[in-house]
Design a protein around this ligand. Structure first.
Ligand SMILES: [Zn+2]
Ligand SMILES: [Zn+2]
Length: 110
């Protein structure tokens, strides 16, 4: 005997998979529901942060191990930035910000 899954059942299954896993939260949206890297559960935009739904410890631990891994790597031949280089970078950053601000102004007007 073949068991058929109805559209309704499929819909319920889909909602169950993509519903925010935070207790009490009923947000269901494929577009805004995101999977947590730590617990592999789905959360809405409000609860996607590890700290919010209870994965803060796992997230911190991961960040810690990544930090450790980074430290173990040889620093290579990176030289400290010269004053001149720093000034060039700063002016580049400033003109970047200015361009963004100008673009925003134009958008507001239109
Ligand atoms: Zn999580
Ligand atoms: Zn939620």
């Amino acid at each position: 005997m073949e068991e058929r899954i109805t559209d309704k059942q499929l819909d319920a299954l889909w909602k169950e998979t993509h519903r925010c896993h935070q207790p009490g939260c009923t947000s269901v949206s494929l577009l805004t529901t995101l999977q947590c890297d730590h617990c592999r559960e789905y959360f809405c935009t409000r609860h996607q942060l590890p700290e919010v739904h209870g994965c803060g410890g796992a997230a911190r631990q991961q960040a810690h191990t990544e930090f450790k891994r980074d430290q173990r790597q040889p620093t290579g031949s990176a030289e400290p930035m010269s004053d001149q280089q720093r000034q060039v970078l700063q002016s580049q950053l400033r003109s970047n910000i200015k361009a963004k601000q100008e673009a925003r102004k134009k958008k507001k007007k239109g």
